[in-house]
Design a protein around this ligand. Structure first.
Ligand code: NDP
Length: 338
């Protein structure tokens, strides 16, 4: 799957095309190549920032290198090695890491590891046991430094990262309120995932008063996945010494020029910490994250929200749907069965 031209604004399915190129299923001796059959690929909002004409994130981070029209789009996912000239990988190994929105990937092992599924479905390693999980874990525990009983607000709460933040925060002993964009999502988060309160932000005319209603005593922690007006309203409702984990600002990704303008004087007076972070910087937490999350899974404390579509040709619709809130939980495309 490739983009036809740079995408500035809301992405459409017609912005994408399927390209084919000749390809050898054997690894050339001396090439160090690993030939991977892609099984499950991750569909992530940040990819839109790589598709723009000029992107500040493109300049700011090696994690968001720009994508040109016609180019193979690299993406996180799980695959199976079908041939290898690389000493670290063997035929039939499962691998997790940088593969592509394509049927096969030729890799040299960059951001790629062997995967032990540990008895869990492969898709879990794309989402809650993979980077979405690490993002939620590191952002909540390391950036927000929660204390039991604190009041936590999470936006895009039914999304891949957001639902996990809410679940970690509940298990840790916090009071958790989420917002999401449909009545079904609100119901799911309250009834199945155990959030204390959830509201549909699309039904609120004034986000500031909505937050006052749910947090009469203020917010201690805001885990931000959306930026924009929600970030402004959350800052206005933060308590003294509150912490904001700036994980993502999806509401700003597709609207050029839209920028949150929170009340910075209250940030100063209330000594609020606002910290942006990239989960890739917290790989050292991976073992403890994995232990906690697999324990929660095995004891039935953690619910898994996955949203899987089938076939490579569904990648464009899966991707553009993220910006309309079509997904519930981790969006994944199954490219191939084994
Ligand atoms: P999600 O699964 O949360 O999917 C995106 C969701 O965002 C949608 O389902 C939708 O839910 C919501 N949304 C879409 N457009 C808007 C909008 N204009 N205003 C408010 N909400 C909107 O994606 P992820 O969990 O993968 O990612 C969540 C955020 O975290 C993103 O901003 C992403 O870029 C960021 N991220 C950051 C990482 C890091 O290391 N810092 C790593 C991974 C993700 P709804 O129905 O509620 O509107």
């Amino acid at each position: 799957i490739a983009i036809k031209a740079q995408i500035d604004g809301e992405p459409q399915e017609s912005d994408f095309e399927v390209k084919t190129q000749p390809f050898s299923l054997s690894a050339k001796p001396g090439s160090n190549d690993i030939i991977i059959k892609n099984l499950y690929v991750s569909i992530d909002p940040y990819q839109i920032n790589r598709m723009k004409t000029v992107s500040s994130s493109q300049k700011a981070s090696e994690f968001a290198v720009g994508i040109s029209p016609g180019q193979v789009i690299d993406a996180y996912g799980v695959g199976k090695v079908i041939a290898s000239d690389n000493p670290k990988f063997e035929k039939d190994d499962y691998v997790l890491g940088l593969i592509s929105w394509g049927e096969y990937t030729i890799s040299q092992g960059f951001i790629l590891n062997k995967l032990d599924p540990m008895g869990f479905p492969l898709t879990y390693h794309v989402g809650l046991l993979g980077l979405s999980g690490l993002t939620a874990y590191s952002g909540f525990f390391e950036i927000c430094k929660p204390k039991k009983g604190e009041k936590v607000f999470v936006s895009a709460a039914s999304g891949s990262v957001g639902n996990l933040v809410g679940q970690y925060a509940k298990h840790f002993g916090c009071y958790v309120v989420g917002c999401a964009g449909s009545p079904n999502k609100v119901k799911l988060l309250k009834e199945k995932l155990g959030f204390d309160e959830v509201f549909n932000y699309k039904e609120e005319t004034d986000l500031n008063s909505a937050l006052q209603r749910y947090f009469p005593d203020g917010i201690d922690i805001y885990f931000d996945n959306v930026g924009g007006e929600m970030l402004e309203a959350a800052i206005s409702n933060m308590n003294t010494n509150g912490r904001v984990a700036l994980c993502g600002i999806i509401s700003e990704y597709t609207s050029a020029g839209k920028r949150a303008a929170p009340d910075l004087l209250s940030v100063i007076y209330k000594r609020i910490t606002i910290k942006g972070f990239l989960s890739g910087d917290y790989m050292s937490l991976f073992p403890e994250f994995l232990t906690m999350t697999t324990d929660h899974l095995r004891t039935g404390k953690m619910h898994v929200l996955e949203d899987i579509s089938i076939g490579l040709e569904s990648v464009p619709s899966a991707f553009v749907g993220l910006f309309r809130g079509d997904n519930v939980g981790k969006r994944i495309v199954q490219v191939s069965s084994e």
